[in-house]
Structure formats: structure tokens, C-alpha cells
Write a protein that binds this ligand. Sequence first.
Ligand SMILES: Cc1cc2nc3c(=O)[nH]c(=O)nc-3n(C[C@H](O)[C@H](O)[C@H](O)COP(=O)(O)OP(=O)(O)OC[C@H]3O[C@@H](n4cnc5c(N)ncnc54)[C@H](O)[C@@H]3O)c2cc1C
Length: 520
Amino acid sequence: MSSHTNGDYGEANQVHVRTGADYLNALNDGRRVFVNGQQVENVATHPLTRDYANTVASWYDAHHDPEYRDIMTFVDKDGVRRAKTWFLPTTREELESRRIYHDTVCRMFGRSFFGRMPDVNNAIFLTYIDDPKPWEENTVGYDAAGFADNIRSFWAKMVDEDINLAPAVIDPPVDRSRPEAEAESPNCRVVEYRDDGIVIDGVKAVATGTIFADWIMVGVFWRPGMPEDQVMYLVMPVNTKGVTLLSRECLSRPDVSEEEHPLLGQGDELDNSIVFDNVFVPRKYIFHLGNPEHAMYYPQRLFDWLHWIDLVRFGVKTELMAGLALLVGDGSGLLKIPATASRIADIIRFRETIRAFRVAAEATGFTTPGGMYKPNNIQLDFGRAFYQENSKDIINELLDLSGRSSIIQPAASDFGEFGDLLDTMLRGAWKDGKQRLKVFRVIRDMFLSDWGDRGRMFDQFNGTPLNTIRMLTMHRTEFQPNGPMTAFAREVCGIPLVEGQGTVKEQVAAYVRAQDVKTE
Ligand SMILES: Cc1cc2nc3c(=O)[nH]c(=O)nc-3n(C[C@H](O)[C@H](O)[C@H](O)COP(=O)(O)OP(=O)(O)OC[C@H]3O[C@@H](n4cnc5c(N)ncnc54)[C@H](O)[C@@H]3O)c2cc1C
């Protein structure tokens, strides 16, 4: 693990954090981007992309704000003040410090609806830098000498240049019922192996925020039937020759009034496909190639840190939902009616349960091979699963308690001629109808807009959806029939471990288990 990015060592002798202006200038780099079918020449200035680009620029600038200095930055071993996205926590207290950072960013930008600000994207690299060797040692079919050093050098570059690195791992959606379909699909694959690097060709089907990133981390999410030539973990600049980004439709609404739509004008982080047309990747940017067995187990651990931040974000989002429910209940008198008050209690209970998963994951964290203090990845995944399973009902409760007001709202300009009437009509149990309307305008943007619906899909699918959490649970060594989870059941039944059945240690390599919380 890199040593200069952990610890908070007092006063800084220099500050090294990129500015928002530098970030925006860097976006104008000739990258090939299509949004709504139009080619975007400059992401920083095009009407469909500039709002989110400005949001990311504000993210960089927030690190320079003296009021947030201690939350957003830290001082490294060399006395350099850096963005906390580069901070490697080694204790629970340091993890807490990093958590407060993500929590703050999430409240500031997108109000819990942006899942891939740079602090989240860059967390993909924490597992790499924690233990770079397995990527090199498990490469198959190519001379991997120096791959671990490639990881170390790229980390130093990321930290130094304050890079925003977006992960792209998901392949096209093939026929799930046929493992051989993976080999037939246009999944990105290596088409040429050279001494100085490789050439890749094909598609990564989904990646969030690549259009606004500096670099792409290309990886794979293992699926049954994945052939060796599709297994790759590497990085490249977004403007690399032969790379094209095809975005889904932009769902933010820069044209609407902030009063009517308090969230829709904040921009859209955009999810996109990436087409690689015979792209050359120099050797120094390759971390691993060719081993589906490695891809099946280890790279999931790259997402552990992202998923922990997801759980932090769910904590913020559920707090917002509970707060809105209380305001709705207060403004409509429903809080005074036991039947509806108890429904609001359920929304609060949901929020507290999500928080409990997060607290538990942090409290039962563990030390990784590289010395990082990492949250318990089983508990944070189960917290995410709990959110995915139950949030739809909680959202529906909030909408149901809001009634017609969540969708039937006057225009801001209607208050000119009809202000007094509307104010009286809308005030419910409050004195001021216009104030009460603000609550419902936020609820509409969050849950009754295309932009909000995309946020719901992101929460349900990004990284690992419920089905994948189940699959990954059953990949874990301690949950195998000859693992420790059955020890008590075996004792009760009087069934001993069967010799030669394979021990837990034999099933999954030690380097993989070292990134999982120890429940053995
Ligand atoms: C808004 C959004 C943003 C995203 N951002 C990123 C990103 O930045 N980077 C990235 O790499 N990926 C990203 N993803 C992709 C995401 O990781 C995938 O959507 C996810 O892995 C699920 O794959 P899928 O969409 O193909 O669904 P599928 O895997 O096809 O699942 C569809 C349904 O079928 C079920 N199912 C599928 N297979 C089985 C099976 N074998 N047995 C039983 N049930 C099954 C699932 O439970 C689900 O209900 C994003 C997705 C969304 C929606």
C-alpha cells in the first residue's frame, strides 16, 4: 500500500488540489462523445452536459473552501494537503473521517442522487493499491512482469494529478440462459498481444459518468462462460484514439425554473456505452489479463469501497425521505392521526435500519493485507440489498402520504395573479401554502421525474444488484457446506466434516479471502 496517502500529519507545507477551472479546461480534449444523438464537441460547455460538468468542477472547488477544509482534505506524510479521495484509512477513526467526507459530498452535490462523483469513482482504486501483487501473479497468457508496479505508478499519477477515474466493467446483455453467449457477444476483448501492449476491440455496455471523467478503468464483471481474451483490467484516458462514448438520453432539465424543479437543473451524470475500435493500450497501463478464475472472485473486491459509499449515500437519501415524510405529515395534519403517523414511523424505521447496517459494517471492519481498515463487506452488501428490496415500498408510502400534491402543482408564475388563493389552498396545517409546496416539488423531482427514476435504477442496479449480491454471497468460502457456517449445524446433527471434500482454504485463494471480512 502506498504510504504517503494515509495519516493526517498536522499543518501542510503545500496544498495540492486541482481547481474546478483546471478540471473544466481538461474536458476539452477531443474526446468523442454522443449525447441525445448529437456529437458533443466540448463537454464543459455543451447545454446537455455543462450543468453536471460544472457540478464536478464545484466538487473540486469545495476542497479549497476553508469552511470544509478538514472534512474535504487531509495532510499526507510529506506535508502536502490533498483531497480526501486519496486518503487510505488504517483505523476505524480514519474510516469515519473518510465516511464524513463522502456523506458531506453526497449532501452537497445531487442531494444523494449522484452516485459517481469523483470521490466515489476513485474508490475503485483502493483495492488495487491495497494489494497490487495478485493482479500480476494471476495473469495468464501474457508476460505480466511489472503489472503490480503499473498499479503503484498509476496510483501515484492519480493522486498527483487529481484524476477522476470512471469504472467500466459491464458487458452487453447477452442471452443469460446460455453461457456460450458471452463468447459470441461484442464484449470488449484483446485482439492483439504485443510486447509493448495490447489492442482491444468491442464494447463495454454500461458505465456511469465516463463522459465527465479523465480516465477509464476497463475491467470485467465475471459471468459464466467468459473467455480469457475478455478478461482485462487496465486504464486509459477518455480521449484515447478509437474510444467513443455513446450516452443514454440526458434527463436533467436545464430549461426549467429552480423554484419549480429544485433538483432537475443540477445536471445528469449520464450513463453510457463505450465503443473501443482497435484501441492500443500501452503495457504500463495494464494491471491484469486473461484469468477468468481471478475475475470470478477477486475483482468484486474493487467494488467493496464503492458499495460502502453507496451505503453512506443511502443513509443520506433515507434521511431525506424520512425528513420529507415528517414535513408532509406535519403540513397535512397526518402526523396527528395515529394510523398515518405509524406509516411515517415505518419510513423513519427504514432510515434507521440502513444506518444500522452502515454502523455495523464499520464497527466490524477488518485490516486488509495492505493495512487499510475496511468495512465488513458482507454487512454493507446486505445493507444495500435491504435498501434495494424495500426502498420501492418506502418511496411509494411517501408518495401515497403526499397524495395529489406530489404531482399536481401550480406553476411558479401562477402565484402572480392567484397568489393569495393558492397560498390558502395549499397551506394545509401550515400557515404558508408556498412553503408547503416546496416539500412536494422536491418529492416530485426525486420520485416522479425521469431524472429521479434513473436515480432509482442506479440504486437498484449499479455495481451489484440483488441477484448478484446473492450470487456473490454463495461464492464466499465461509458459506460453503464444508465451511464454518455449518460447524454448529454439523455438531447438532452429529455430521462431521468429510475428509477429502475440500477445505475452505482450498476453495478460494488466500489473497481473495484476505479482502473479505473474517467471519471464520
Ligand atoms: C443507472 C445505471 C448505472 C450503471 N452504472 C454502471 C457503471 O458505472 N459501471 C458498470 O460497470 N456498470 C454499471 N451499471 C450496470 C450494472 O452493473 C448492471 O445493470 C447490473 O450488473 C445488472 O446487469 P443487467 O442490467 O444486465 O441485468 P441482468 O443481469 O440481465 O438482470 C435482469 C434481471 O434478471 C435477473 N437475472 C439475471 N440473471 C439471472 C440468473 N442467472 N438467475 C436468476 N435471475 C437472473 C436479475 O435478478 C434481474 O432481475 C449501471 C446500471 C444502471 C441501471
